[in-house]
Design a protein around this ligand. Structure first.
Ligand code: GSH
Length: 195
């Protein structure tokens, strides 16, 4: 199995989740400006969408989109999803929230041509979404004591928030530090040169 990633990008979530699941995989870095892989391949030939993450499975099928990849990984190790009859759907609900309501809201902050108004509005939207999650956090992680693939995704969003000067609620600042202690997180950060 091969994970195509860019250091510190959203693909870090999939990287952490693969380590959590204990699955055997290699990772290949992608230069998102030139769309060239560290192996020297044209990334568009591998993933025509041109963005990371992409996971090439052992049968050479390619899976893209964080929501799909993080659900696939949780299906391999069910403790990476919340328990209960609705567990898989609660995971999808949370992954969709993080993807559409948090991840995608960062867009103006990454675009060099964004106005200051657009940047301020993006910071405010993300801060509001984080406040919602912080208000619902009861235990160590999003669904209790168990770290799920949604936590891997939220962890990356919180790293970005810190970098972009977005206010992180106290409960989530402590959450980041708890997540950092996990071997999967340490390993992925180290592999991506971010430790
Ligand atoms: N819808 C995709 C979006 C992934 C995405 O935004 N990837 C960014 C890095 S975090 C990227 O590769 N951007 C470069 C590009 O779009 O060319 C998903 O959720 O997997």
């Amino acid at each position: 199995m091969k994970l195509y990633l860019a250091p510190g990008a959203c693909s870090l979530a999939d990287h952490i989740a693969l380590h959590e699941a204990g699955l055997a995989f290699e990772h290949v870095k992608v230069d998102l400006r030139s769309h060239t892989t560290a192996d020297g391949d044209d990334y568009y030939e591998i993933n025509p969408k041109g963005y990371v993450p992409a996971l090439v499975l052992d049968d050479d099928e390619i899976l893209t989109e964080n929501i799909a990849i993080l659900t696939w990984i949780a299906d391999k190790l069910p403790s990476l999803a919340p328990e209960g009859p609705l567990g898989r759907y609660r995971l999808l609900e949370m992954l969709a929230f993080i993807s559409t309501e948090i991840h995608k809201q960062f867009k103006p902050l990454f675009r060099p041509d964004s106005t200051e108004e657009a940047r301020a509005a993006a910071r405010e939207t993300v801060a509001r979404r984080l406040a919602y999650l912080a208000g619902n956090l009861e235990d160590d992680f999003l669904f209790g004591d168990n770290f799920t693939t949604a936590d891997a995704y939220l962890f990356v969003m919180l790293l970005w928030s810190g970098r972009m000067g977005i206010t992180i609620p106290e409960a989530l600042a402590a959450y980041v530090e708890r997540a950092r202690e996990r071997p999967s997180v340490r390993l992925a950060l180290q592999d991506e040169g971010l430790a």
